[in-house]
Design a protein around this ligand. Structure first.
Ligand code: NAD
Length: 325
């Protein structure tokens, strides 16, 4: 029947479109997702989302106040109960993120693997640097930096071996821009993005993608800091779609940093001025005299992504000097 055209009826067409939509839906069937700090706020929303989309979820939460003091609650189990009541699959873990091996063991024992990690657990110890104690500093490093390290390290070999992993780390505007009274927290949050940058490079060949989000959302962390009118627009649910996409197998993004709040999402990157090249040796006075050039982002700025981009400039200057000789 070489000339016969097989056209589908409108009904068939709709069915086809429905099928295509279904296939292109972001789902996590057969995926195992660990969400840390998932008893409250953002983490709870992530856990509910992944479970609703078919994932098997490890709901980790130590159950502490927003400044890290112990409570008698077990918010992780509460979220697991919620997930199960809705027909989802989840298991609770109540270890601190400092003991990532225990959290990953919960995933392995219950579900046999780990595909996605959402490093989300966090606390605050806000105080001006002048009044900051070693305890304020160390607690923040322990939970944010060591916690993110520990959970990721425990799952890293598993992800490498299976040739698949999606990791979303949680940074903060405080880490990107600095924030009065948060020297400890901003150090930790930008440090976490440093981990993202390197793990994105180390995980690239094994299909492990690692990104950082810097969210703003209404939660225990922000309820006493932000005005009520602002909080009304900052439902933590509005952060979930970005995390859902970054955690999916179809997303190849890696080593990136995103700001996200109330339906606004944007990627950030480094921008470098074209800068100045000096003959060697050179003086502080010469630096002063060319300060505007050093800081000029208007003329031919660059967007470096690796230290090799810096060495390109070093080589350019060395060659320039040699040519002059
Ligand atoms: P939240 O206080 O509502 O939730 C944090 C959860 O982490 C809590 O349930 C807490 O019990 C848990 N937790 C704390 N220490 C833990 C530990 N050692 N081990 C396991 N669980 C622990 O706060 P949130 O606003 O949902 O914050 C989630 C993440 O987002 C944090 O990393 C936070 O720093 C970051 N963040 C939040 C905002 C915001 O506007 N809410 C802004 C920037 C960054």
């Amino acid at each position: 029947y070489p000339n016969q055209k097989f056209t589908s009826s409108p009904k068939q067409k709709n069915k086809k479109i429905d099928k295509q939509r279904e296939m292109s839906q972001i789902r996590f069937d057969n995926r195992v997702v660990i969400v840390t700090g998932a008893g409250n706020g953002l983490g709870r929303e992530y856990a509910l989302y992944f479970a609703a989309k078919g994932a098997k979820v490890v709901v980790n939460d130590l159950g502490v106040t927003h400044s890290g003091e112990g409570t008698k609650t077990n918010p992780a189990q509460k979220v697991v109960d919620e997930i199960k009541a809705a027909g989802g699959v989840a298991v609770a873990n109540t270890d601190s993120v400092e003991f990532g091996d225990k959290i990953v063991k919960t995933a392995i024992d219950a579900f046999g693997k780990v595909d996605v990690i959402i490093n989300n657990a966090g606390i605050l110890r806000d105080i001006t640097f002048q009044k900051m104690t070693d305890l304020d500093w160390n607690l923040i490093m322990k939970v944010h930096v060591n916690g993110t390290y520990s959970v990721t390290r425990a799952a890293w070999d598993i992800m490498r071996q299976q040739g698949y992993g999606r990791i979303i780390n949680t940074g903060s505007g405080s880490g990107i821009y600095g924030s009065f009274g948060q020297a400890n927290y901003s150090t930790a949050k930008l440090g976490i993005h440093g981990l993202t940058l390197t793990l994105a490079k180390e995980g690239e060949k094994r299909n492990i993608r690692v990104n950082t989000i810097a969210p703003i959302a209404a939660s225990r962390m922000t309820e006493t800091v932000l005005p009520k009118e602002a909080l009304a627009n900052l439902d933590p649910k509005h952060i979930v779609p970005l995390v859902g996409y970054l955690a999916h197998e179809s997303c190849e993004e890696t080593g990136s940093l995103f700001e996200i709040a109330a339906g606004f999402i944007a990627k950030l990157r480094w921008q470098r001025a074209a800068g100045a090249l000096f003959d060697l040796p050179y003086t502080a006075e010469e630096v002063r005299d060319r300060w505007n050039t050093i800081c000029d982002f208007e003329k031919n700025p660059e967007y470096p992504t690796a230290t090799s981009d810096t060495f390109a400039k070093v080589n350019e200057n060395v060659e320039r000097i040699q040519l002059k000789k």
